[in-house]
Design a protein around this ligand. Structure first.
Ligand SMILES: C[S@@+](CC[C@H](N)C(=O)[O-])C[C@H]1O[C@@H](n2cnc3c(N)ncnc32)[C@H](O)[C@@H]1O
Length: 390
């Protein structure tokens, strides 16, 4: 195993870590900021990948003398760093796509999440998504390490993270598991923190959290999800508000080696597409608050937009693969669509509702999870406006 411990003198990394902790302190509880000053991130990120000017992913290695200074600088910057690559649809040789399969999360995001987790010494914590082990190390530093549990679906990540944690004197419980099932063996937990994205909340997380305990997770896939903090009740339900920041996490995968291709426009389906007009400006999707609300309606589908020659072009893909794309011209906005329905109508309906509600921000909404269903609500769990999560 590559270990970065010996690559950097104690005084050198401590100076870098102190500077990172000062950045983190602007958004986090000081007790968590202090953890960033004393837990060496470079031990968990001996190399990372970044895109070069040509768009290719290249490795930056701490062990390479020519890259060492850049590596150390970036490891202690407030940046998410890709640490493992994976292929989307490895069997699809026509359109292989290499993407990040694991990463060390942006430190200020980690710190906000740890603060919002509201975990204290004595709490038993389960982390879904061990990755590098850095977040587990921060948890071990502040809580009793025997109370920290962490799972990842990729066996090598777990083995390497375990060795790094032990090298620093931390002994949390780690396991290679599909985090969608939680880790029943050591339940109940006081806190569950999830560092990958999901469309709906797996019920085992609720069942494995003690009444009064918290689950902090990004909810809603499609790139427009937000963190949500749910409190588990005595009756086996969980309920809580969305927070006002996204995680932009990679989606929970079902096997270590297969990353599902995100919903996208399949070009071969362009033949036979139909057309409609719309009065809704596609630029509405540029507002993160509306994109979030729209995502509630799209479920595991997705929307995105980009600006072409001054006009916003939006693409929407429904959960069943039906798609719509907008084109702005002198005669207004044209919608091209194909599939079982026109998903742009979902965006129109969502926009109408969102406007009627007064254009609320994500934190005005919340989630309730029961063993049988889960739904979003507006302002309070018994409000008139609810929407099922699918
Ligand atoms: C953003 S990284 C986690 C970062 C990590 N907390 C750290 O401090 O380095 C997300 C991780 O989720 C893991 N993951 C994806 N699907 C999973 C699943 N079904 N169960 C458990 N872990 C999963 C990935 O392998 C990846 O390591």
């Amino acid at each position: 195993m590559t270990t970065a411990t010996s690559l950097v003198a104690d005084t050198e990394w401590r100076a870098h870590a102190a500077a990172l902790a000062a950045i983190v302190a602007e958004v986090a509880d000081p007790r968590w900021a202090e953890a960033f000053a004393v837990v060496p991130r470079h031990v968990f990120v001996p190399r990372f990948f970044r895109r070069d000017a040509a768009g290719d992913l290249v490795a930056i290695e701490g062990s390479d003398p020519a890259q060492r200074a850049q590596w150390l600088e970036e490891v202690y910057s407030d940046t998410a760093l890709t640490t493992q690559l994976g292929q989307i649809d490895p069997g699809n040789t026509l359109r292989p796509l290499t993407i990040s399969a694991s990463s060390s999360t942006k430190p200020t995001l980690m710190a906000r999440m740890l603060t919002d987790l509201n975990a204290h010494p004595g709490h038993r914590v389960l982390e879904i998504g061990t990755g590098t082990g850095y977040n587990a190390a921060l948890l071990c530093h502040r809580l009793h390490d025997g109370h920290v549990h962490s799972v990842d679906i990729h066996p090598e990540l777990v083995t390497v993270a375990h060795a790094r944690l032990v090298s620093l004197g931390y002994h949390p419980r780690l396991s290679c598991l599909d985090g969608a099932h939680g880790w029943a063996e050591h339940a109940l937990y006081d806190r569950i923190i999830v560092t990958c994205g999901i469309s709906t909340i797996p019920y085992p997380w609720v069942a494995q959290t003690r009444p009064g305990g918290l689950i902090l997770t990004e909810a809603l896939a499609g790139g427009h999800g937000m963190l949500a903090r749910l409190t588990v009740a005595d009756d086996g339900t969980a309920c809580g508000h969305f927070l006002d920041y996204p995680g932009l996490f990679m989606t929970l995968r079902q096997t270590p080696h297969r990353i599902a291709r995100p919903a996208e426009l399949p070009p071969e389906q362009l033949h036979g597409a139909r057309h409609a007009s719309t009065t809704l400006d596609p630029a509405v999707l540029a507002d993160p608050a509306f994109a979030f609300f729209c995502q509630l309606h799209l479920g595991s589908g997705r929307s995105n937009h980009h600006v072409v020659e001054g006009a916003t072009k939006a693409t929407v893909v429904a959960h069943d693969g039906s798609w719509a794309q907008t084109t702005s011209g002198t005669h207004g906005v044209l919608v091209t669509f194909d599939g079982t329905h026109n998903p742009w109508q979902t965006v129109e309906t969502a926009h109408h509702t969102w406007t009627q509600l007064g254009r609320p921000r994500p934190c005005a909404f919340g989630l309730t999870v029961t063993p049988h269903q889960q739904h979003a609500w507006y302002q309070h769990p018994t409000s008139d406006w609810t929407h099922p999560l699918t």
